[in-house]
Design a binder for this molecule. Structure first.
Ligand code: ZN
Length: 97
């Protein structure tokens, strides 16, 4: 008999899909600014976004993040998010025959 593990569910701030926390990307507002938090362990107010490019279109995602995190993102932070978004655009399934 194993212990039944409760899987925490979080909601994507962009598309409102509910997913297990570990399947979402956590963005956290720390005292040093907004960070992407792959470990899920940084202290601060957090927001979650799906790891899919559609949820990382910054014109849509930035206002929702700002509302969720109750802060304005700096140009630098937006750039960091843009760079992260690019890593989600896996070239493998965009190849066309
Ligand atoms: Zn989403």
């Amino acid at each position: 008999m194993g212990k039944q593990k409760h899987q925490p569910i979080r909601t994507c701030v962009v598309c409102h899909a509910e997913r297990p926390k570990r399947e979402l990307i956590r963005i956290v507002r720390t005292k040093d600014g907004v960070r992407i938090d792959p470990t899920g362990k940084l202290a601060g107010r957090g927001a979650y976004i799906c790891p899919k490019p559609d949820c990382w279109r910054l014109d849509v995602a930035v206002p929702k993040l700002q509302r969720a995190l109750k802060t304005m993102l700096t140009a630098e932070e937006k750039e960091m998010l843009a760079e992260f978004a690019e890593t989600l655009l896996a070239p493998s399934d965009t190849v066309q025959d």
